[in-house]
Design a protein around this ligand. Structure first.
Ligand code: IVH
Length: 668
C-alpha cells in the first residue's frame, strides 16, 4: 500500500472508530461487537506503524496513554472556574429562590442537575481539535492533564465542526470501576481509596497516562466556558449544544418553573441516588437564561445564579461486634469499633475510631449494640449514635484497661487530657508506630516499607529504632514473607535514596511532639542544619512566627535527651542528610523595603491591583497582611469607599496610605 492509499484508509478508520467510541461511551448503545472494534483499531495501529507520518494527535489509537511526564504544566484559566455556594435544607433553597427573584423578577426558570462527585476539569478545543485539558486548581490556575484526559473515551478528540471552544465538566470514576480498583489494591496490600472522588482525582494526577488509561474514568460535561459566544441564550440550550457536538452530558437534568418543582426534583433523587452507577453528593440548581445569570452576577468565589444542594452524609445501621485497642506512636491508647461490614458513602466500612472512653460513655456505646454509622467529610467512618430500642439485654458495657494492651505497663491520664497513655518509652507498639510514621510519605517517604513490612521487620527483631532501617541488608529482607529479590533491591534503593532527603522530612519523621509537617518545614528553613536546631533555645524558637510555646517546649525537651542525641549521631554515621535543601527563607530584616516586618491591613476598593495581587506583592516584600485592624497593625492601606477599618485605624492613630502611595512603594 502506498502512503496516499493508506491516508484514505486511516481517515476511514478514524471516522469509524470515533463513531463506535461515541456509540459505546457516550450513547451507551454500541452498534458493533467489541471484536469488530478491536479489529479496526489493530488495522489503524498497523497502518500508523508502517506510516508514522499518518499518526496524528487526534487518532483514536492515541487513547492508551503516551509518554510519562516529569511534572504537570500550569494552565491559566481564561475564565475562572468558580465553585458553588451550598444549600443544606429546604429553607436555604427557598432563600436562594427569593434572592434570585428579587433581582430578575418572577419569570425565572431553573435547570436542576445531579452534582457528580468527582473533580472539575476544563477541556479546550481549537478549530475542532482537542488541544488541552486542565484541572480546576485554585480556580484561576490549574494543571495540564491533557494526556490523562485523552484516555477517557467519551471525550471527543475532534468535534464535528471546526469550533474553538472551552467546555467544563466533572470527571468521575463509576462505582463499578472503583470497587474493582480497590479490590486489586487490597490484594496487593496497598491502601485502598476512601471514595470514588479521591480515586478519580488520584488517577488524573498520575504522571504516567498509562495508569490513568487503566482506571476507567468518565466525564459529564455541564457547561460551555464562554457560552455567550456560541449563539445559545440559555444553560439548557448550551447543554443541548454539547450533546450535538458529541459530548457526554448527564441525561437526568430537568427544567423547573418554580422552587417547589426544584424541591420535588431534589427529593426524588434522595431515593434514586443509591441506584445510580456513579456517586453524586447533591443537586445543582442553575438559573437557565444567560441574560438573567448576567443580571445576578457572581461573587469572588461563586455565581449568584446557581447553588448546590448537598445531601446529608449517608447514615447506615450496623452492629458493633467488639472494641479493639490500639496504641499509637505517642502512646495514646485508642478504642476502635469493630463493625459488621456495611456500605457507607461508597466503601465497605468495618472499623471506626471511638477516640476515647469519655466519648463511649457519652454515646452510651455497648458491645453488641446496633449503631448508626456515617463518614465524616465522606471519608472517616464514625459511630453517630446507638439504637437503644434495639437492645436485647445481652449487650456489654466497655471499660478501658488500666494497663497497656501491648507492654502491660500502667496507663496514665495526663493532666488536661481525656486520652489514656502508655508512657513506657520502650513499648513495642509505640516503637512500631514510630517507625511507620518515619517511613511515611510526608516523612522519609521510603516506598515499599509499609505497615506490613515494618511489622514483620519488628517481629523478626531486625529493627528496633529508625537507625536500624539503615543497617538492613538485602539478605535480611529476602527472608521476609512475600519479599522477592526485586522488591528487596527496590527497598534497599528506597532506603538509600531517603538519606538525601531535606532536613524537614527527617524532622517530621522523628515524631517530635507537636511538630507536624508544616512546623518541621518552618524549623528546617529557619535553622538550616540539625546542629543549629539542636542548640536552639526556647526564646529563639518562640520568636519564630508560627512556632508557639508548646512546640518550642517540646523541641527543647526533645533535644535534651541523651538517647535522641545518640540516635542522631547514628543516623549521621549512615550519611543521613541533616541540612535543609529547599529555597532559603528570607528574613524580613534582610529585605530592603518599607513593608518588611510590618503588619498591614488592606481595606476598601483598589483600582490598579486586585486585593490578592496587592497582598502577594506586599508579602513578597516581607510584609504580613492581616484582616482586621488592631494595635498590632503598622499600616492601613485604604482604597475607595473604605469603611469601619479606616475609622478604626484613625481612632488608633495608625498610619494610613492611599493606593497611589502603596503603588509608589511597591514599585521602588
Ligand atoms: S456547575 C460556576 N454543575 O461541584 C458553576 N458543578 O462547587 C460551576 N459539580 O467545582 C459548577 N456536578 O466540580 C456544576 N452538574 C454540575 C456539577 C458540578 C458536579 C462540581 C464542580 C464544582 C463543584 C461545585
Amino acid at each position: 500500500m502506498n502512503v496516499e492509499t493508506a491516508k484514505v484508509r486511516v481517515q476511514e478508520l478514524h471516522d469509524q472508530l470515533n463513531r463506535y467510541n461515541y456509540e459505546y461511551y457516550v450513547l451507551d448503545n454500541p452498534s458493533v461487537p467489541d471484536a469488530e472494534y478491536d479489529q479496526r483499531m489493530q488495522e489503524l495501529i498497523d497502518l500508523e506503524t508502517q506510516f508514522p507520518e499518518l499518526r496524528t494527535s487526534d487518532s483514536p489509537s492515541q487513547r492508551v496513554g503516551g509518554q510519562a511526564l516529569d511534572a504537570f504544566e500550569k494552565v491559566e484559566h481564561k475564565t475562572p472556574m468558580l465553585s458553588l455556594a451550598n444549600a443544606f435544607n429546604e429553607q436555604d433553597l427557598r432563600d436562594f429562590d427569593r434572592r434570585v427573584r428579587q433581582v430578575v423578577g418572577d419569570g425565572v426558570a431553573y435547570v436542576c442537575e445531579l452534582k457528580i462527585d468527582g473533580l472539575a476539569v476544563s477541556l479546550r478545543y481549537e478549530d475542532g481539535y482537542f488541544v488541552q485539558g486542565a484541572t480546576r486548581g485554585d480556580g484561576t490556575t490549574g494543571e495540564d492533564i491533557s494526556a490523562n484526559l485523552k484516555t477517557i473515551r467519551s471525550i471527543p478528540l475532534r468535534l464535528p465542526e471546526p469550533l474553538s471552544i472551552e467546555v467544563r465538566g466533572e470527571a468521575y470514576m463509576p462505582k463499578k470501576s472503583f470497587d474493582a480498583l480497590n479490590e486489586i489494591k487490597a490484594e496487593q496490600g496497598e491502601v485502598p481509596f476512601a471514595n470514588p472522588r479521591n480515586a478519580a482525582a488520584g488517577s488524573l494526577r498520575q504522571l504516567d497516562p498509562k495508569i490513568a488509561a487503566k482506571r476507567n474514568l468518565d466525564l459529564f460535561l455541564y457547561a460551555i466556558a464562554d457560552a455567550g459566544n456560541t449563539g445559545v441564550e440559555s444553560h439548557s440550550e448550551g447543554l443541548n449544544l454539547l450533546d450535538k457536538l458529541g459530548f457526554k452530558t448527564n441525561p437526568n437534568r430537568q427544567k423547573c418553573a418554580t422552587i417547589d418543582e426544584v424541591l420535588e426534583y431534589v427529593d426524588s433523587w434522595r431515593e434514586k441516588r443509591p441506584d445510580l452507577p456513579y456517586e453524586i453528593d447533591g443537586i445543582v440548581i442553575k438559573v437557565d437564561l444567560f441574560n438573567q445569570q448576567e443580571q445576578l452576577g457572581t461573587t469572588a468565589k461563586s455565581p449568584r445564579w446557581a447553588i448546590a444542594y448537598k445531601f446529608p452524609a449517608e447514615e447506615v445501621m450496623t452492629r458493633l461486634l467488639g472494641i479493639e485497642l490500639n496504641v499509637g506512636r505517642t502512646g495514646v491508647v485508642t478504642p476502635t469499633a469493630l463493625l459488621e461490614p456495611v456500605r457507607v458513602a461508597g466503601t465497605i466500612v468495618r472499623r471506626a475510631s471511638l477516640h476515647n472512653e469519655d466519648l463511649i460513655r457519652e454515646k452510651d456505646i455497648h458491645i453488641g449494640d446496633y449503631v448508626v454509622v456515617k463518614k465524616a467529610g465522606d471519608i472517616i467512618p464514625e459511630v453517630v449514635n446507638v439504637i437503644v430500642d434495639r437492645r436485647s439485654g445481652e449487650e456489654q458495657e466497655f471499660h478501658m484497661p488500666t494497663h497497656c494492651p501491648e507492654c502491660d505497663s500502667e496507663l496514665v491520664r495526663l493532666e488536661g487530657e481525656v486520652a489514656l497513655r502508655c508512657i513506657n518509652p520502650s513499648c513495642p507498639a509505640q516503637i512500631r508506630e514510630g517507625l511507620i510514621h518515619f517511613v511515611s510519605r510526608n516523612a522519609m517517604n521510603i516506598d515499599g516499607l509499609g505497615e506490613k513490612v515494618i511489622t514483620q521487620l519488628f517481629k523478626e527483631d531486625l529493627v528496633h529504632d529508625v537507625a536500624d532501617l539503615y543497617r538492613l541488608t538485602k539478605e535480611q529482607l529476602i527472608q521476609l514473607e512475600r519479599m522477592g529479590e526485586k522488591s528487596a533491591d527496590n527497598l534497599i534503593q528506597a532506603i538509600e535514596t531517603s538519606k538525601s532527603n531535606s532536613l524537614e522530612k527527617l524532622l517530621f519523621g522523628l515524631g517530635i511532639r507537636h511538630v507536624g509537617a508544616k512546623a518541621a518545614k518552618t524549623l528546617a528553613q529557619h535553622f538550616e542544619t540539625m546542629d543549629r536546631l539542636k542548640e536552639a533555645t526556647y526564646d529563639e524558637l518562640v520568636a519564630i512566627n508560627e512556632i508557639g510555646d508548646k512546640m518550642a517546649d517540646a523541641v527543647v525537651t526533645y533535644f535534651s535527651q541523651p538517647e535522641v542525641l545518640e540516635l542522631l549521631a547514628e543516623l549521621e554515621s549512615f550519611d543521613v542528610n541533616m541540612t535543609y535543601k529547599g529555597p532559603r527563607q528570607v528574613e524580613p530584616s534582610e529585605i530592603d523595603s518599607y513593608f518588611a516586618g510590618k503588619t498591614i491591613v488592606l481595606t476598601g476598593k483598589l483600582e490598579q491591583l486586585a486585593r490578592n495581587e496587592a497582598k502577594a506583592k506586599i508579602e513578597e516584600l516581607g510584609g504580613k497582611v492581616t484582616g482586621s485592624v488592631s494595635k498590632k497593625t503598622d499600616l492601613v492601606i485604604a482604597g475607595e469607599e473604605a469603611g469601619s477599618k479606616l475609622t478604626k485605624a484613625q481612632e488608633l492613630g495608625i498610619e494610613v496610605w492611599d493606593e497611589a502611595r502603596m503603588l509608589q512603594e511597591l514599585n521602588k
